[in-house]
Design a protein around this ligand. Structure first.
Ligand code: ADE
Ligand code: ZN
Length: 330
């Protein structure tokens, strides 16, 4: 089982680059950029990674991102993530970044995207990992700030495939961003949104109907709404599920309570992703392994999950077929 998990060609479709910042690199960048951290060692920082819910995680995650200041820092962050992908048999990635986390501290949009894009290009050339980049709006900030961020992105439009929506979900429904997503769609971006992680199924409906998302990030609370489940199945709308994140943030009490296998067996196009691996204890393979340990997953389930990740990506049909036939041969 473990060998198969590593060997399957997989795509990662739900990963926040800022959430892949390992404590060791955080301390290195803090020293390099003269940033003071609230913790005095890697160990004490890791010990602070105990969360009750999404907000308790976000508070610490935004603090951690303060060490990212230079283009080289964003490059190093992205490159370290790609090296981990290579170890895990991830062949394609569509990572997110949160420009407002950085521009609000005076780091320019161009510094952020240039560092990330350079590493993604090297990932393709040196590691054979293909990629598309997604820019996410922080939903606890205003519509106006999202519009400003969209305008800042336009000179880099060819480096971005989609616009996403993340941060504190409850109280910030997708409808708050309907107009800015309409504009993004007009510019030719695909759209994505976190919905149904902590928020109710109505937020998933809004993401689909108002923001016209191509995939739903998380979406696990769809399970509470039978009509929504039938819609997701009929339309084959992908959900980017993040098992270790869901248990760390107490969306599910334990991995054996996770609904991903029930969704998979009903025909929902669920995928397995790591969300913020440095904070939640594991990258993609660790998420598959954690599921296989707690739920009765068989070889067919694993192949289906990997195939779903390829099919749910923005890769070309030709590229998808190559990976799908490799999965079929395993
Ligand atoms: N930002 C980083 N990880 C997130 C998550 N799981 N939900 C919402 N916003 C996030
Ligand atoms: Zn996320």
């Amino acid at each position: 089982m473990e060998k198969l998990i590593y060997a399957l060609p997989k795509a990662e479709l739900h990963l926040h680059l800022e959430g892949s910042l390992e404590p060791e690199l955080m301390f290195e960048l803090a020293e390099r950029n003269n940033v003071e951290l609230a913790y005095d060692s890697v160990e004490s920082l890791r010990q602070a990674y105990q969360f009750d819910n999404l907000q308790s995680f976000l508070d610490i995650y935004y603090q951690g991102a303060s060490v990212l200041i230079t283009e080289q820092g964003f490059y190093d962050l992205t490159w370290a993530y790609l090296l981990r992908c290579k170890e895990d048999g991830v062949v394609h990635v569509e990572p997110f970044f949160d420009p407002q986390t950085h521009t609000d501290r005076g780091v320019s949009f161009s510094t952020v995207i240039k560092g990330i894009s350079a590493a993604l290009q090297d990932g393709e050339a040196k590691l054979g990992i293909s990629s598309f980049l997604v820019m996410s709006f922080l939903r606890h900030l205003s519509e106006e700030s999202a519009f400003e961020t969209l305008e800042q992105a336009l000179p880099f439009k060819d480096q971005l495939i989609a616009i996403g929506l993340d941060s504190s979900e409850l109280g910030h429904p997708p409808e708050k961003f309907q107009r800015v997503f309409e504009k993004a769609l007009e510019y030719g971006f695909f759209t994505l949104a976190h919905a149904g992680e902590e928020g109710p199924p109505s937020y998933i409906w809004q993401a689909l109907e108002l923001l016209k998302v191509s995939r739903v990030d998380h979406g696990v609370r769809a399970f509470e709404d039978e009509e929504l489940m039938q819609h997701l199945i009929a339309e084959q709308i992908p959900l980017t599920v993040c098992p270790l994140s869901n248990t760390k943030l107490k969306v599910f009490a334990s991995m054996s309570d996770h609904n991903i296998l029930k969704m998979l067996e009903r025909g929902v196009k669920v995928t397995v992703n790591s969300d913020d691996p440095s904070y939640f204890g594991g990258y993609v393979a660790a998420n598959y392994l954690a599921l296989a340990e707690s739920l009765p997953l068989d070889v067919q389930h694993l192949k289906q999950l990997a195939s779903n990740s390829i099919e749910a990506s923005f890769m070309s049909e030709v590229q998808k077929q190559e990976h799908l036939s490799s999965i079929a041969q395993l």
